[in-house]
Design a protein around this ligand. Sequence first.
Ligand code: SAH
Length: 260
Amino acid sequence: MMLEKALARLNHQPPQLEPGHVWLAGAGPGDPGCLTLDVLAALAQADAVVHDALVSPAVVAVAEGAELFYAGKRGGRPSMKQEDINALLLRLAREKRRVLRLKGGDPYVFGRGGEEALALAREGIPVRVLPGLTSAFGAMAVNGIPATMRGINKAIILATGHTADDDDLDWAALARTGQPIVVYMGMKTLPVIAAALLEGGRAADTPVAIIEAATTPQERVLIATLGNIVVQAAAQEISSPALIVVGDIVSVRAELMGGS
Ligand code: SAH
C-alpha cells in the first residue's frame, strides 16, 4: 500500500498550528523515521522553527518556508542561554508566528522543555506539546537492548550524568536497586558515575553499552563492562551525544544481533 493511501486510511487530522502559539515538539533520536506524524505536520506548517543541535538537518529542512533559529551548541561554544531561548520563543509568539520549538528526543526528557513551557505559560502564550521518542528508548530498541525483559528487570532508570561530579543524585542508591540505568549527558562524568555505581555494589562485570549518535549514520556502539568501560570509552574516543546503558539487559544484544 502506498504511504499516501495509508495516511488517508488513518483518517487522522493533524493539529493546526495557530499564529501566536508555540509547539514544543520532540524530533526523536535522529533517524527521520522516528518522527511522529504530528511533528511532521508541524514542520510543514511552522513559520518559525527554533531547534537544537540534536535535531537532524534533514528534519529541520522539512520546514521549507520557515525562518530557522539555532539554539544549540556550535563549534564548542556554549549553547544559547536558557533565558535567551525563552525570550526568543516569547518574541516570536508575540509576533504572531506559528512557532515550532523542536528538540531532540522527547521535549520533556532532560531537554529543559518543562522550563520553556512554564516560561511561556506564565506569559499567557498557549503551548502545545508534541511528544517524541526519547533517545534512550530509540537507541536501545535499534541496538538489540530491550528496555525491559522479563526475568531481568522490573524497572528502568533514566538519569542525567550532567552534574554527576557535583551531585545531589545518589548514584550508590540507584546502583542498589539492581535495575538497569540509562545515563544521558554522561560522557564527561563517566569515570565518576562508574566509580559510584561500583561503590554502590554493582558488579564490575555488569555489561555496559555506550551508544553514540544513535539512529544516525554516525552511530557507534561500544560494549564493555562496568569495570573497564572508562578505559574502553577513552580508547574508542566515544563522545557526545551518547547514552550509557548499565545492566544485564545489555547482554541480550549478543544473542539478538549474532554476537556483536
Ligand atoms: N530530550 C532528549 C535528551 C536531551 S539531553 C531526549 O529525549 O532524548 C541530551 C542528551 O541526550 C545527550 O547528551 C545524549 O546523552 C542524549 N542523546 C540525544 N540524542 C542522542 C542520540 N541520537 N544518540 C545518543 N545519545 C543521544
